[in-house]
Design a protein around this ligand. Structure first.
Ligand code: PMP
Length: 307
């Protein structure tokens, strides 16, 4: 990752990719206290466009507020940096990673006097869970790791440290030959994937877990909007694992994962064992939306070369 051409925005200036480095005593590296975002830009007829830039920027600042971190830039400066990063690297489509983290001014758990640094990197990245799986669907394993309790690390924050839990769950699932993990909450109800929100279709109704300890996904919100547009009834409720086994269709949503069908959970085939018709409809609407082929929600696209 670190050895490539291009530029990374770091504290207000663009640095050559290989030179965007930090010290080994960087505080966030030691304790995981930092916040980040995952954003995508898509190629459209009007050039590259960042999808839901305002919402991602807002979530970055909300995550920082939850952790009590004071960012050194304004939301406008960060949004501009994201658009500049795509221009600078001449990217038509990209995954974009902004992150705010504490510097190396001190060690120990006290965070006063630490400088907050911010970076934005962008690179081309295809389907996160595999291109062929967008049609075939993925195989998922219920994790032996629970999602965080709401009073442990606070799940509304997209915080670096929260992802240790995600990585443990993903590794366990992969080691068992699955593609992704499904994490339950501390009460045993379905919560989310390691980096995705969860949806299920039963008898023509779309269900998604209450957000309690899941991240408030922007793709989740997009899919809820698309479902409303086609008159698909939606309920958020506590979901049990056996309801998932007997669902008609299931899928994950996320900026990286987009809309990824789930074909199996814990060795139980879901529905027909491939992408279901409602998943397919929402997935194709999603791609039409992010690639600028729909008329609704023009405010969701920030065109990189039109300002
Ligand atoms: N849950 C977790 C734990 C995630 O990391 C992500 C990815 N950001 C999501 C859900 C989906 O969120 P979004 O749709 O905003 O990418």
């Amino acid at each position: 990752m670190d050895d490539r051409d291009g530029h990374i925005w770091f504290d207000g200036e663009f640095l050559p990719w290989r030179e965007a480095k930090v010290h080994v005593l960087t505080h966030t590296l030691h304790y995981g206290m930092g916040v980040f975002e995952g954003i995508r830009a898509y190629k459209t007829d009007r050039g590259a466009a960042v999808f839901r830039l305002a919402e991602h920027t807002r979530r970055l600042f909300n995550s920082a507020k939850i952790l009590g971190m004071r960012l050194s830039h304004t939301p406008e400066q960060i949004s501009d940096a994201i658009l500049d990063c795509l221009r600078h690297n001449e990217l038509q489509s990209a995954y974009i990673r902004p992150m705010a983290f504490y510097g190396s001014e001190g060690m120990g758990l006290h965070a006063h006097n630490l400088r907050v640094h911010t970076m934005v990197a962008a690179w081309e990245w295809g389907a996160y869970l595999g291109a062929e799986n967008m049609e075939k669907g993925i195989r998922v394993k219920t994790s032996s790791f629970s999602r965080h309790h709401v009073n442990i690390t606070m799940c509304r924050a997209k915080a670096n440290g929260n992802y240790m839990n995600s990585m443990l769950a993903l590794k366990e699932a992969e080691d068992c030959g699955y593609d992704e993990a499904l994490l339950l909450d501390v009460d045993g109800f379905v919560c989310e994937g390691s980096g995705e929100n969860f949806f299920m279709v039963r008898d023509g109704m779309l269900y998604t877990p209450e957000l309690t300890s899941a991240l408030e996904g922007i793709t989740r919100d997009t899919v809820l909007n698309l479902a409303a547009e086609i008159g698909l009834p939606v309920r958020d409720k506590r979901i049990t694992r056996d309801e998932v086994y007997t669902a008609d269709e299931c899928f994950f949503t996320g900026t990286a994962a987009e809309v990824t069908p789930i074909r199996e959970l814990d060795g139980r085939v879901i529905g027909s064992g491939r992408r279901g018709p409602i998943t397919e409809r929402l997935q194709s609407m999603y791609f039409d939306q992010v690639e600028g082929r729909r008329e609704s929600h023009p405010e969701w696209l920030s065109f990189v070369n039109e300002e």
